[in-house]
Design a protein around this ligand. Structure first.
Ligand SMILES: [Zn+2]
Length: 267
């Protein structure tokens, strides 16, 4: 069932128009060795230290101009050896799907939370909309599963895995060199601070909120300076990032979540 890819690449821009829910960072270089590529509504993140770069997530399936956008930042996609996937949704794993026409990071090892495997045999639904069960169509070639508290050492870069289930069954965040948190899709952030991600996209909102409490406690004991989100851009860390995690983010035409977000996810 490839409907979720069809939704992601063809329909999402119409259903999201004017709602101002999603506000990814513009493509470019940021502080602490961070670079971002914006693919419409989502970011692929890169972290570079001592000339070595890892990627966090891989964006949409066969996104037009994807490799060129990365090269534009001085990063060669073929040289990426490690891709940390926060979860298995189409907008985060599409770039490395084994059925992509052209894999974005052909020479990379993939890392994914062990809880995400439930989606891959097709038995577990990603969401049910209008009574219709929607399955995750992503399929990966070889990948490594990671679990809570695991520390990876990738070319001199230290990565701690923090399981944050809720948005999906096995969603994880990555704490890199104890200074940068790649939060994937558990948080939505606006000028008021961070909220639990929109319920429409979240498999289990109650569990997501519970997981965010645990994440908050972990991050308060870290040296995190920067938080890079899936759809809300990049933020300097402050306690505000977790200020509203007991509430789900909401957005409507009358009351947009982020008035500074683009009207169109293509814009
Ligand atoms: Zn996403």
């Amino acid at each position: 069932m490839r409907f979720m890819y069809f939704f992601d690449t063809k329909l999402k821009r119409y259903t999201m128009y004017g709602k101002r829910m999603l506000h990814p960072a513009e493509s470019g270089k940021y502080q602490e060795g961070i670079s971002a590529v914006r693919q419409d509504d989502v970011n692929i993140w890169f972290y570079t230290k001592n000339g070595r770069t890892i990627a966090i997530d891989s964006g949409h399936l066969d996104h037009k101009g994807a490799s060129e956008m990365i090269r534009h930042l001085g990063i060669e996609p073929d040289n990426i050896r490690h891709v940390l996937l926060t979860h298995s949704d189409v907008d985060h794993c599409g770039g490395v799907d084994k059925n992509a026409k052209k894999k974005l990071f052909p020479n990379a090892e993939l890392y994914l939370g062990r809880g995400e495997e439930v989606y891959f045999d097709g038995a577990f639904c990603r969401m049910i909309k209008a009574g219709i069960p929607l399955k995750n169509p992503v399929r990966l070639d070889a990948y490594n599963t990671v679990s809570n508290g695991e520390i990876l050492h990738l070319n001199g870069i230290q990565v701690e895995v923090i399981e944050v289930p809720g948005h999906t069954a096995g969603h994880v965040c990555y704490l890199v060199d104890d200074t940068v948190l790649f939060s994937g899709d558990c948080l939505a952030v606006n000028a008021m601070g961070g909220y639990s991600l929109f319920e429409f996209f979240t498999q289990n909102p109650v569990l997501n909120k519970k997981s965010l409490q645990i994440l908050k406690n972990r991050i308060e004991h870290s040296n995190v300076k920067v938080v890079c989100t899936g759809h809300s851009g990049i933020w300097d860390y402050s306690p505000k990032i977790f200020a509203h995690i007991d509430e789900s983010a909401k957005s409507s035409w009358g009351k947009p979540f982020d008035i500074t977000a683009p009207k169109s996810i293509r814009g």
